[in-house]
Design a protein around this ligand. Structure first.
Ligand code: SAM
Length: 232
């Protein structure tokens, strides 16, 4: 017997809503605030943020929960961090470390930009979910590896890195991360400060020399580990 055919709700209509919200996010939260890099704007327009974050407003102009008591920053802060961390030769093929996988959204953006990424998360549950989300979103090729551990130690197996993004705040930049930075212009971006507030800080390495620049005040969850804050 053939079952009668009932048309299913059109998923395209749902996709269109997210695509429209994403386009608005790019225009109003990023371009309007001075983010100009066309490659980065394209990546923000392509990565489906709603696959990675929780809550009713995945494209909202605010931080959002990602599980295990952690949050992800608003898109604009993700954009200024990614802009500051960009290697001079561009992202394509660059060897990159992210500390603090969280939802996997920043990892997906870096994957979209063509980076070879190691991303490290201390909460195994978050790492497992992020790995699955990255796979579901089509970023599960051999260029993105999600690992579990204390990211204040870095991930020496894949060093040196052209770029290191630390997406949690600590009183100072962990020494092992500076050691794992490429000696010819490797860039590290992280929030430096106390648990309540930090300054987004950029460090560029040339040989044994480090140049530090401070960008703007931010509020990130704490970087917990041997070279960061203690767990409470
Ligand atoms: N980049 C993430 C995203 O795209 O969703 C947001 C990260 S959230 C602001 C910070 C993350 O850093 C949390 O998931 C937290 O568990 C993680 N974290 C804190 N200390 C860590 C450490 N020592 N090593 C690895 N991950 C750490």
């Amino acid at each position: 017997m053939r079952w009668p055919h009932f048309p299913r709700p059109r998923p395209a209509a749902i996709v269109d809503t997210h695509a429209r919200d994403r386009a608005r996010m790019v225009a109003e939260q990023l371009e309007a605030r001075g983010i100009r890099d066309p490659e980065l704007l394209r990546a923000f327009g392509a990565v489906e943020r709603h696959r990675f974050v929780e809550g009713d407003e995945p494209y909202g102009d605010h931080a959002l929960p990602v599980g295990s008591g952690q949050t992800i920053s608003q898109p604009y802060v993700v954009a200024i961090m990614t802009t500051a961390a960009r290697p001079p030769e561009g992202w394509n093929g660059a060897n990159v470390l992210e500390v603090g996988t969280g939802s996997g959204y920043q990892a997906a953006l870096l994957g979209e930009l063509g980076a070879r990424l190691t991303t490290i998360e201390r909460h195994e549950a978050l790492a497992t979910t992020a790995r699955q989300r990255l796979e579901d979103a089509g970023y599960a090729d051999d260029r993105i590896e999600v690992v579990v551990g204390d990211g204040t130690q870095g991930w020496s197996a894949h060093a040196p890195y052209r770029s290191i993004l630390v997406t949690a705040g600590a009183p100072s930049v962990p020494g092992p991360l500076l050691e794992q930075l490429d000696r010819s212009g490797g860039r590290l971006v992280m929030p430096v400060g106390d648990r309540e507030r930090q300054i987004l800080t950029v460090v560029v390495r040339e040989g044994d020399g480090l140049t530090t620049t401070e960008l703007e005040p931010v509020v990130f969850v704490p970087l917990i580990g041997e070279h960061g804050h203690r767990a409470e």
